[in-house]
Design a protein around this ligand. Structure first.
Ligand code: AMP
Ligand code: GLY
Length: 422
């Protein structure tokens, strides 16, 4: 089968490496891919957001199956466009991707279906939002309604910060149209857990739970990033929490979407917070998470193409989504200065013996050499029977890669390890 994977980061590299394990996968194209991905797939220079060009290419190249990984094309109807052209595509239709595309839709959806989430108020009028802040309880969380490349959430400690956040979104248009509408919600506390689940419109089968490390520096300090590392499974996701999440969140979400005529088919990402009252939904994403995918797929003991096809066809069963015992860790290597200003363009040498465990997030190839690009450059992963071993192995592999000004956190997995060790 000829497969096209849309996107070009570490997540897409992990999807491609997993698909390559399937005996039924023949050619793999990536659009646009990146320099690292070009060692595993044929990269075509089409942007992930250029849906008409992607569909035209897929028809011409005889693509049998497309995987749409990033949120932007999903929210803008890429899967609908591929289907209309007669090509099966993995991912939700635009109708269902709205769970990520509009936070206000998602919050009202959860309210309609009794799914636990922080109480909220929605606004499309600056004056009303500012008046609401006069009597709000702080901290509050201000969220732009639409897609904002992971930056549309501001935790405001007091009224002044909240006003600044609201004004930046509604008055200054910090996130363009995405922030003209916003919602303000109650600040919750508790450990966060990511759960990525295959949903075929009717059934939902989670993969291993995971923990992201979003802050740039050790000890969960410094600015927010796209994610500096992950471990799976997440120790805060106990069997009891998993049972509650399935009953109160996963099943009602999939059932609710079906009942509303928007069946969700694809990978649904549940961003959960484990509060004293059990799991709450912090956010839905309509796709694989990055860098969660880099730890969750290595623990999937199934043929990914098989799972994806059954997800699209609505024929997924529990036996199809098998999770391996053991643990995984992924450490992100970035350029010094990320998420602020950084310099790129350095040669990266990845030793052959660990090539399979390295997911390249950004980079190009020049004269056969891999040249670093993007803020986050690559992720180095490992699986092992225990978390301690997985973390140790991931860091030993990090030690085998170097490029000038490389920067990574030294404490990925530390919080999870102390949770296991009580
Ligand atoms: P989101 O983009 O919705 O995932 O939000 C980004 C981050 O903001 C989350 O991972 C949480 O750490 C934090 N956050 C979002 N909503 C809340 C909330 N209601 N209470 C506390 N923290 C939150
Ligand atoms: N790791 C968070 C995300 O993919 O949105």
């Amino acid at each position: 089968m000829t497969v096209l994977v849309v996107g070009g980061g570490g997540r897409e590299h992990a999807v491609i490496k997993k698909l390559k394990e399937s005996p039924r996968v023949g050619r793999i194209f990536a659009a646009p891919g990146n320099g690292g991905i070009s060692r595993d797939a044929e990269c075509v220079p089409i942007k992930a957001g250029d849906v008409p060009a992607l569909v035209a290419f897929a028809k011409e190249a005889g693509v049998d199956f497309a995987v749409i990984a990033p949120e932007d094309p999903l929210v803008h109807g890429a899967v609908d466009a591929f289907s209309a052209a007669g090509i099966r595509a993995f991912g939700p239709t635009a109708d269902a991707a709205i769970l990520e595309g509009s936070k206000i839709f998602a919050k009202n959806f959860m309210k309609r279906h009794g799914i636990p989430t922080a109480p909220f108020s929605e606004f499309d009028d600056l004056g009303k939002a500012l008046r609401y802040l006069e009597s709000a309880e702080y901290p509050v969380v201000v969220k732009a309604d639409g897609l904002a490349a992971g930056k549309g959430v501001i935790i405001a400690a007091d009224r002044a910060e909240a006003e600044a956040a609201v004004r930046s979104m509604m008055e200054d248009g910090a996130f363009g149209e995405s922030g003209k509408r916003l919602e303000i919600e109650k600040f919750l506390t508790g450990p966060e857990v990511s759960v990525l689940a295959f949903c075929d419109g009717e059934h939902v089968f989670p993969m291993a739970s995971s923990m992201d490390h979003k802050r740039a520096y050790d000890g969960d300090r410094g600015p927010n990033t796209g994610g500096m590392g992950t471990v799976a499974p997440n120790p805060f996701y106990t069997d009891e929490v998993a049972r509650q999440a399935k009953e109160r969140i996963f099943i009602p979400t999939v059932r609710g979407m079906r009942e509303e005529g928007r069946p969700f088919r694809g990978c649904l990402y549940f961003g959960l917070m484990i509060t004293d009252d059990g799991p709450y939904v912090i956010e839905y994403n309509c796709r694989f998470g990055d860098p969660e995918t880099q730890v969750v797929l290595p623990l999937l003991d199934s043929d990914l193409l098989d799972v994806m096809e059954k997800t699209v066809d609505g024929t997924l069963t529990a036996d199809d989504v098998r999770i391996r015992d053991g643990h995984a860790c992924c450490v992100i290597m970035a350029h010094e200065g990320y998420p602020g200003k950084y310099e790129g363009g350095f040669e990266i040498v990845i030793p052959r013996e660990i090539e399979n465990d390295v997911y390249v997030a950004g980079g190009t190839v020049s004269d056969g050499k891999l040249i670093s690009g993007g803020g986050r450059v690559l992720g180095v992963s490992a699986t092992a029977p225990t978390l301690e071993e997985a973390v140790g192995l991931a860091y030993r592999r990090v030690g085998m890669i170097s490029f000038p000004g490389s920067f990574y956190r030294r404490d990925i997995g530390k919080r999870a390890l102390s949770a296991y060790n009580g």
